[in-house]
Design a protein around this ligand. Structure first.
Ligand SMILES: NC(=O)c1ccc[n+]([C@@H]2O[C@H](COP(=O)([O-])OP(=O)(O)OC[C@H]3O[C@@H](n4cnc5c(N)ncnc54)[C@H](OP(=O)(O)O)[C@@H]3O)[C@@H](O)[C@H]2O)c1
Length: 338
């Protein structure tokens, strides 16, 4: 290890009430860890910030345990091996893993997956070829089951998951209507990703009537990333046999009180519709299938991806907070080191 190396880490300083803020995070100096036998020392290159981390900042039961106060935050990381005490990895190898938000991390080689930087840019393993891409792939294809000619509505359409859903639905021959929070995002969806129609939920005077106009044949699949009033509006338009993968509910993540809206059951009942939540880790045994197909579509030019990259480790909390104000087009990442 080089003598001048200093570590930094970002911890959960306090639990947020409502919308998280900068003072919920603390950036501290720390020792650079020494890798033990079977471990490697990694330099963090890119960090992923994701909406689900908001849930982990609260002391509530969910599908992943909450962060403890003062615990180092963690998430998807692309790192470079700079020292190795494992036969499986050597300095210069690029790996991904679920790792702490810090500059340098010692991790067991078995916790890491080596990636080939010549096959795809290393950031894609946190985006289109990583969890968001796989979430789009399995949520839409396994639960949504799109058929040619059907109408697919996607909320959070210009985010990492949403823009991949839009494109897979187009590949499957569907009419796609995307809902996002800015005109710039919607222009990207229509002009770059061949999305048929878009709606800006922040400026729509009457989202229900705009949706009705955009979906003259009703809605066969609603891929729900956001929940709340946007989803209430879409539900009024579902067709008989509609499928509704519940991927995320970001509009509710910062609420302190349960949200009560129109109840969905009557729409599901009369339309014999399916609404199903899913958590992507349950598809772990099929990840290779998903990554292979997504990689093929990218290679064939049938799919694109966008990334919003914030520079500098210290800006990680800001990048995370930006997810809740819609700063990102595509996957939100933090570049920590070259
Ligand atoms: N089920 C799973 O296993 C799984 C896995 C990954 C992600 N997810 C979920 O999928 C959703 C998308 O995740 P992602 O990683 O792709 O994030 P993302 O869409 O790239 O980023 C979040 C986006 O959500 C939108 N948003 C923020 N607050 C909103 C609100 N109050 N109402 C409506 N939209 C709002 C913003 O875009 P606008 O400008 O459009 O507002 C923002 O850019 C999230 O709900 C996430 O929790 C679920």
């Amino acid at each position: 290890m080089m003598p001048a190396m200093k570590n930094k880490q970002i911890r959960l300083a306090s639990r947020p009430t409502g919308m998280p803020a900068m003072d919920n995070f603390a950036t501290l100096e720390a020792e650079v860890p020494e890798p033990k036998d079977g471990e490697v020392l990694l330099r963090t290159r890119y960090l992923s910030v994701d909406p689900y981390m908001r849930g982990r900042m609260s002391d509530r039961k969910s599908y992943v345990p909450p962060f403890a106060v003062n615990e180092v935050m963690n998430g998807g990381v692309v790192g470079e091996v700079i020292e190795s005490r494992s036969a499986a990895l050597k300095p210069g190898d690029i790996v991904i893993g679920q790792l702490p938000w810090q500059l340098y991390t010692a991790a067991g080689a078995g916790e890491l997956r080596k990636v080939d930087p010549n096959l795809a840019p290393i950031t894609t393993h946190l985006g289109v070829l990583g969890v968001p891409g796989l979430t789009a792939y399995f949520g839409l294809l396994d639960i949504g089951k799109p058929r040619e000619g059907e109408t697919v509505v996607v909320s959070g359409a210009a985010g990492a998951v949403g823009m991949t859903v839009c494109q897979i639905a187009k590949i499957k021959g569907c009419r796609v209507v995307g809902i996002a929070g800015s005109d710039e995002k919607n222009e990207y969806l229509e002009h770059e990703l061949w999305v048929d129609r878009t709606i800006n939920y922040k400026t729509a005077a009457d989202i229900k009537s705009e949706l009705k106009e955009a979906c003259p044949n009703g809605v066969d699949i609603y891929f729900d990333n956001v929940g709340g009033s946007v989803s209430d509006a879409v539900l009024t338009l579902i067709n008989k046999g509609a499928r509704i993968p519940i991927c995320g509910q970001i509009s509710l993540y910062n609420l302190e009180q349960p949200d009560v809206g129109p109840r969905p059951q009557p729409y599901l009942l009369v339309n014999r519709a399916l609404m199903q939540g899913f958590i992507i880790t349950d598809y772990g045994p099929r990840f290779v299938e998903g990554v292979t197909q997504l990689g093929q579509w990218l290679g064939e030019g049938k799919m694109k991806y966008a990334e919003n990259i914030v520079e500098g480790f210290e800006n990680t909390p800001q990048a995370f907070l930006g997810l809740f104000t819609g700063e990102n087009l595509g996957k939100q990442l933090v570049k920590v080191a070259d």
